[in-house]
Design a protein. Structure first.
Length: 235
């Protein structure tokens, strides 16, 4: 190989090494942005944060999806976790919520035997926004038990559709377990449920003084408001 060719190869190698060193240097010198928690924030809040750290707009991308769990206009997720670094030329993608998809229909289930609380939970979970709750006197059912719904079970409805739920109202009171209660506890329950209490006392070797021993009703009994229950407490 001639001296001239060796020089040419040397210069090419030197140029390649210089280019590689320049690329490494540029990568080291490039600003690295530390990402904070963006989930739950609005687009305006995220834009303000990006501006505060001088993150170029072309390195921040928004995508939008429907969500039943994240409020409309709030961030659901981010492509770089909080505390992570945004690599050179990497784009930070933030997924924003469009709120519930109102074009999605749901099927009304059979709520037979369910309580008002269970029905309300289903309505909230399925983003039903136009629900009216009514009551109907019925002493055969416990307070707040499902009676009927309109539209009927099996109907396909959208979240904004009008739904009317009827649950039971009763004047009867369900007797709880009084085990472990003091007179003050029992008085509070009676006052809350419109029931009167009569007390007698007897000695007990197993129950602390002032605590419930027994009564003339049993747990689960249903009695009318205004009734009187006789309680035996430990003396």
């Amino acid at each position: 190989m001639s001296r001239r060719n060796r020089l040419y190869i040397f210069l090419l190698a030197l140029a390649a090494a210089a280019a590689a060193a320049l690329i490494i240097c540029l990568n080291l010198m490039a600003p690295k942005y530390t990402i904070e928690t963006l989930t739950g924030k609005t687009e305006a809040e995220i834009n303000a944060w990006a501006e505060s750290i001088s993150l170029p707009s072309e390195r921040l991308l928004y995508t939008y999806i429907y969500s039943d769990t994240t409020e409309e206009g709030k961030a659901i997720s981010q492509s770089v976790n909080a505390g992570g670094k945004l690599a050179r030329n990497q784009v930070l993608t933030v997924t924003m919520s469009l709120g519930p998809n109102v074009d999605t229909s749901v099927s009304i289930p059979d709520f037979t035997g369910q309580t008002l609380e269970q029905i309300q939970a289903w309505m909230e979970e399925n983003s039903m926004t136009n629900v009216t709750y009514t009551t109907e006197d019925n002493n055969e059912l416990e307070e707040g038990t499902f009676i009927s719904i309109s539209p009927a079970a099996g109907s396909s409805v959208k979240p904004e559709a009008e739904v009317i739920v009827t649950t039971s109202h009763t004047d009867l009171v369900t007797v709880p377990s009084f085990s472990g209660m003091t007179r003050a506890n029992i008085d509070a329950w009676c006052e809350e449920n419109g029931v009167y209490a009569r007390y007698t006392y007897e000695w007990s070797g197993t129950t602390y003084s002032g605590y419930y021993i027994r009564s003339d009703v049993s747990e689960g009994d249903r009695i009318e408001a205004g009734s009187t229950i006789t309680f035996v407490l430990a003396s």
